[in-house]
Design a protein around this ligand. Structure first.
Ligand SMILES: Cc1cc2nc3c(=O)[nH]c(=O)nc-3n(C[C@H](O)[C@H](O)[C@H](O)COP(=O)(O)OP(=O)(O)OC[C@H]3O[C@@H](n4cnc5c(N)ncnc54)[C@H](O)[C@@H]3O)c2cc1C
Length: 469
């Protein structure tokens, strides 16, 4: 059987493309290597707990995306009030940073130094303008050295594992919407009528089933149209092409090697994987760019605790260098149905590189490391831990180093030559975005394909001010 569209990956981008094409009357086949749908936004169930891959809050400014998500989740859709903080110097600071909170909580000598540094860097910038050529300079220029070190630099270096001078300024401009320290003060003193995206305090989260309920409802919508299929546990091994077209994909499913002839192919799998799978291989310059692109991995340590609750926070950042865990979240604060009565569950995130010592660490050691860190910051006691679950995610963050843009452009530019292949989504575009961005990318691509036009989502993320985790 030939499908009009074959989609690689059943994360939100693939599912959104699939649903919107199916609703437009097209037949779709989704091939997903994992035994579940949802990709990074999947949920898992174990011993009565429901958990996600770290904190996932849904919010969007895109009305079409909002309307589709509301329709699909129906009565399962619930609004939450956001609380997230940064834990450092033994205190919890609001996240996003609020000037009043910083002023009240920072020791006076650090506060004085923060203001001094801020004005010093403003002056220096007037005489010798500081270029926005890396994350460090972008933040230094706007906040001064003290706030940079305290709130931005240490956390970023810890999460990325490379110096902030090696990280692209794109990372800062997509994550930090405050323009500078004075902007933060003004925003606190004179509350704006329309809150910017970082200050959005409400978000959507399913009442039951974790964030993965969203992906599940997309999958049900695709299958409801009839004539479509979603194959999970189907790892794509080869993308065969000739001239300007992809001819077929080969994949392994339930122990057998299978092939699917391609009319139109949508790839939401990592850009690097898609390049690796091409047969024949693309030219050496494309392979060189592919080798230059790296993804950051995360090991998630979920801890089941015999305790009603640990915090009221959805998540807490832990920037201090002596802790390996960089963020901890509590699922019960996303949905009270996520844990059995009298119990709670935390997710401790540890960033690493695929194949390094953290990635390869045994489960017991990872649990011991996470428990020790959370004990150090006073969140839990080891005796409360009743169980643990480890999840390793290789393609968690596209790594925005100083040269990533040119390499992404070269890879995508070459792929454009294959007229019936469209690479999209967070992984397919190597673009750090949120769930709503991936849904929007799938939606826009489907609309264009239904109209008979090619894909172009380069502007999608640029319109947005802020991305989460
Ligand atoms: C820790 C963390 C926290 C986050 N928090 C938030 C948040 O609070 N709010 C928010 O909006 N967003 C958040 N995000 C981002 C959000 O999860 C992603 O942007 C979104 O889920 C990406 O969807 P996608 O379909 O583009 O990619 P993915 O979900 O990565 O989907 C790609 C799919 O391709 C599959 N695949 C890969 N290789 C193959 C192959 N060879 N064959 C077949 N299939 C393959 C993968 O298994 C996967 O299912 C967070 C992300 C992380 C990592």
């Amino acid at each position: 059987m030939t499908f009009q569209h074959t989609i690689l990956g059943a994360g939100l981008a693939g599912l959104s493309a699939g649903l919107n094409l199916a609703r437009g009357g097209r037949s779709v086949s989704l091939l997903e290597k994992e035994p579940y749908v949802g990709g990074l936004a999947a949920s898992f169930g174990k011993d009565g707990f429901t958990f996600d891959l770290g904190p996932h809050r849904f919010h969007t400014r895109n009305q079409k995306v909002q309307a589709q998500v509301e329709e699909l989740l129906g009565a399962n859709l619930h609004w939450r009030r956001r609380l997230s903080r940064i834990f450092m110097l033994g205190k919890r600071f609001n996240y996003p940073l609020s000037a009043t909170n910083v002023v009240r909580s920072l020791p006076p000598h650090l506060l004085a130094r923060a203001f001094f540094d801020y004005f010093a860097i403003r002056l220096r910038n007037r005489i010798h303008p500081i270029p926005d050529d890396c994350f460090q300079n972008w933040v230094l220029k706007r906040f001064g050295r003290t706030l940079y070190r305290l709130f931005f630099g240490t956390y970023t270096e810890k999460a990325w594992g490379i110096p902030c001078t090696q990280i692209s300024a794109d990372w800062a401009s997509q994550r930090i919407t405050l323009l500078n320290l004075m902007d933060a003060v003004k925003k606190t003193l004179f509350r704006p009528k329309h809150a910017p995206r970082t200050l959005v305090s409400r978000f959507l989260y399913p009442a039951r089933g974790g964030i993965g309920a969203l992906a599940e409802s997309y999958a049900s919508g695709i299958l409801a149209s009839g004539g479509n299929r979603i194959l999970t546990g189907a790892a794509v091994r080869r993308i065969r092409w000739r001239g300007e077209r992809v001819l077929a994909v080969d994949f392994a499913h339930q122990g057998t090697e299978q092939s699917e002839a391609i009319e139109s192919l949508i790839s939401t799998i990592p850009l690097t994987t898609a390049i690796d799978l091409l047969d024949p291989a693309p030219p050496e310059e494309v392979l060189h760019s592919r080798r230059s692109l790296r993804y950051k991995a995360i090991v998630f340590v979920m801890l089941a605790l015999e305790r009603e609750k640990v915090t009221d926070d959805h998540w807490i950042y832990l920037p201090e260098q002596h802790l390996r865990v960089h963020r901890v979240s509590e699922f019960k604060n996303f949905s009270e149905h996520s844990c059995p009565p009298g119990k709670t569950m935390l997710a401790a995130e540890i960033t690493c590189n695929f194949g390094d010592s953290i990635w390869n660490m045994e489960q017991d050691e990872l649990v011991a490391l996470a428990v020790a860190d959370l004990e150090k910051v006073g969140l839990i006691e080891p005796a409360q831990v009743r169980g643990a679950h480890i999840h390793r995610e290789r393609y968690s963050y596209p790594l925005y180093d100083l040269t990533y843009r040119e390499h992404v452009q070269r890879c995508l530019g070459w792929l454009k030559g294959l007229k019936n292949l469209h690479s999209t989504g967070r992984q397919g575009l190597f673009q750090y975005g949120n769930m709503d961005h991936s849904i929007a990318m799938g939606m826009v691509l489907a609309e264009r394909l239904l109209r008979g036009a090619g894909a172009d989502h380069s502007a999608l993320l640029a319109e947005e001010e802020h991305v989460d985790g």
